[in-house]
Design a protein around this ligand. Structure first.
Ligand SMILES: [Zn+2]
Length: 493
């Protein structure tokens, strides 16, 4: 690549000057250390120097204006890959300072060699890393006959497919054990597959088998995988997702800390909302949708009828944005009967919902766990605001108003800790030789604007975002520079 334009002058465009010098910023380097006044020089795709740096010929000088300069944020649990091929500017992400997304979550994610190839030919504004998904692999082997335990021979075939995905650069194995087809797997199957990922130097990230009724058993299953396979294990979007579990955040953190003290490499990610997004079917782990007692249990313990909002229901687009309680009123049937009736319709169990399942106090306590990094679990469409707001919400209101932690700790949870928890190397710190993924933002102003009813409103307070040394977002708009890369698992440390 030519770094200098004809005549030896730095290019005037945001494309690729010889070097960029960001001056007069408050550098929050991602380690958790205190912010400090410093300059940062970028050359090509790397950070080359940090400190008091006088400009040199060829520098494109950017005045940081006293704003905070942090490593670009890493979203360790993202569904923003949906639609990324046609909306490559990745606005939902870069407008919050997110420069890397980790996809292939909840048991999805397969054919990573093809995915990474596409991202190389037609890159997006953000970097993309991916897990290989247990559910997708299971689907290849079992197909429609998935509602059962796999045989030893089938598990072996899954291991072969997974090993190929690991060779293609998967970070490890993800599972979605509350979803079809993962929910039908035995712990033995999951342990064996995780072992294949671990043997290749990968990790295990799980939407665990239950986030409500059998939460503690599900957590034990994940911890056992870490202990027996001696591999890093990660709880995806950790939550206490049932009214009966509310108030037990301290007990949960004690459990996590005890496992770590016993040597298990255990981490988690979490998003800053009390609402989750999924489908109606997930409310019924036994898929007994016509069971009245189960339905009444769901609506009194897992999520109340007034706390379940329809996000997408193919047969009933008119329900979008309405609560189950409102739909019940419209249909003139009690909420439990309404729920059973809807589930009996074609595609009913796949109807998308957003539901309040967690308590504010628990989310605020769990996000402070030193090994929990911030994620969005978000996407670029739908009713849930997390896809456009999760990172700005933590950096702004949750640091400034709730004072849950310092801004340095918030940044650490979005950068170096996130990188470590996902196995991403050479990103997540402002230090020489690290990739120049950077975000310049105003700590006094950064805030989420997305909320229910206007879930795609852009966050405010981010001024400039660099991905691999190039500006992808500036002055409230994407730049149409697509400098993101596929990030394959590092095989050397
Ligand atoms: Zn999930």
């Amino acid at each position: 690549m030519t770094l200098l334009a004809a005549g030896g002058q730095p290019r005037a465009s945001v494309g690729a000057p010889a070097s960029t010098l960001i001056r007069k910023a408050r550098v929050i380097d991602g380690s958790g250390n205190a912010a400090r006044a410093a300059d940062v020089r970028i050359a090509a795709d790397r950070i080359v120097a940090v400190g008091r740096l006088p400009p040199v010929p060829g520098d494109r000088v950017i005045d940081g204006g006293g704003l905070a300069l942090a490593p670009g944020f890493i979203d360790t649990h993202s569904h923003h890959d949906r639609g990324l091929d046609t909306a490559r500017e990745a606005t939902a992400m870069v407008s919050q300072g997110v420069t890397t997304i980790v996809v292939g979550q909840d048991g999805g994610g397969i054919d990573l060699a093809a995915l990474f190839g596409r991202l190389e030919r037609q890159p997006a504004a953000v970097n993309v890393a991916s897990y290989a998904g247990h559910g997708a692999i299971r689907d290849r082997v079992l197909g429609k006959d998935f509602a059962r335990a796999a045989t030893a021979e089938e598990i072996q075939r899954m291991q072969t497919l997974l090993a190929a995905e690991m060779d293609a650069g998967a970070l490890g194995l993800s599972t979605g054990l509350e979803y079809d087809p993962g929910i039908y797997s035995t712990p033995t199957e999951v342990l064996a597959l995780a072992k294949t990922a671990g043997a290749a130097g990968g990790r295990y990230a799980s939407h665990i088998r239950s986030e409500d009724r059998w939460f503690w058993d599900a957590l034990d299953e994940l911890i056992a995988i870490g202990r027996q396979n001696r591999m890093p294990v990660h709880v995806s979007h950790i939550k206490l997702g049932m009214h009966d579990l509310w108030g037990q955040a301290s007990k949960l953190i004690d459990t996590l800390d005890r496992a770590r003290a016993a040597g298990v490499q255990l981490t988690a990610d979490i998003y800053p909302y009390t609402y989750w997004q999924s489908n109606l079917g997930v409310l019924y782990p036994k898929r007994n949708f016509a069971d009245r007692a189960e339905t009444e249990f769901v609506l009194s313990h897992v999520a109340l009828a007034e706390d379940i909002v329809f996000n997408s229901f193919r047969a009933h687009p008119e329900y979008t944005g309405k609560t189950l309680a409102q739909v019940a009123t419209l249909r003139r049937t009690p909420a439990p009967q309404t729920l059973m009736d809807l589930l009996a319709e074609p595609g009913g169990d796949a109807a998308g919902i957003v539901a309040r399942g967690m308590s504010d106090a628990d989310v605020e306590r769990l996000i402070q766990w030193p090994f929990a990094n911030v994620c969005s679990d978000g996407q670029s469409r739908g009713l849930h605001p997390r896809g456009f707001g999760a990172f700005a919400r933590v950096l702004g209101p949750w640091v400034r108003d709730k004072r849950l932690f310092t801004i340095e700790e918030a940044v650490r949870k979005m950068s170096s800790l996130a990188a470590a928890n996902a196995g991403i190397v050479q990103r997540g710190l402002i230090a020489p030789d690290y990739f120049a993924d950077l975000v310049l933002f105003d700590p006094s102003r950064i805030a989420d604007r997305a909320d229910f009813g206007h879930a795609q409103d852009l966050a405010v307070g981010v001024r400039t975002v660099w991905v691999n040394g190039q500006v992808v977002f500036d002055n409230n708009a994407p730049t149409a520079v697509f400098s993101g890369r596929p990030l394959r698992r590092a095989t050397t440390r």
